[in-house]
Design a binder for this molecule. Sequence first.
Ligand code: URA
Length: 251
Amino acid sequence: MADGSIDLVQQVRSHLESLRAAGVLFVPRGEALVHAPLRVVAKQADVAPVVAPEQEDPLETRQRELEVLRAEVAACDKCSELFATRLQTVFGTGPLDAEVAFVGEAPGSGEDAQGEPFVGKSGHLLRRIIAACQLPASREYLFNIIKCRPPKNRPTTTTECANCRDFFRRQFDLVKPKYVVALGLTASKLLTQKGGALSGLRGQVHEYRGVPLVCTHHPNDIENDETGQLKRETWDDMKLLLRTMGREVPK
Ligand code: URA
C-alpha cells in the first residue's frame, strides 16, 4: 500500500459494507471522530496503521460540547406545557471563560421570538448596568435558570427549575465564568441554595460551584420600581461585584 490513509479508507469502507451485508443500515456518527482530524501515527509495510485523533484545543472541545448541549436543550420536552407553548428554547449568549455570567429566571416573549436571552426591555437595562460597571459587554455571558418561556410570563415552577437544573449546571461548567451575578429572587435562591428574601442574600459574596456569586435585583423589578430604591441597591451590589473582581468602581 503506497499510502496508509488510503489503506484506512479501504478498511473503513469494507467494514461498512460487511455491516450492510449483515443488515445494519444505520451507524451513529461518532462526534469526537467527526470533528477530530485523523492522523496516521505509524506506517510500515507489514504493520497496520495506528490512527489517533489530533490533539484538540481544550477551548474548542468545550465549545463543541456546549453546542451538543444546546442541541439537547432544543430537543427537551420535560416540561410539557413549556414544550407545547414555546417558539424555541433560549440557551444563552456570550464567550467561554466569560468575565461575569449574569443569570436571569426565564425568557420572556421577545427572547422566545428571537432565541436570545435579554433582548427585551429588561435586557436593555441589564446592558446599561454592565456598561455602567465598565465591564466589556463582549466578555459577559447571559443566560437563564430555565430555557423556555413560561406562558404569559408567569413565574417559573419548582418542577420547571428542577427539570432544567442539570442543563444549567453543565452549561455553567462549560462556560467557566470567573464571577456570577444572580438577577432576582428565583436565580438567587437557586444558586445560593438559601431561602428567605432577596434582602437577606444581597450584600455578601456567595459561591456557586466554586465561583464568587453576588445576588441583586432583576432588571424587570428595577424597571417597575418608581422609587428608584432598587436601582440604588443594584448599584451597591455592582460595587460589591467590582470590588470582588479587584476592579475600580466608576465614579
Ligand atoms: N428576563 C429574564 O429573566 N431573562 C431573560 O432572558 C429576559 C427577561
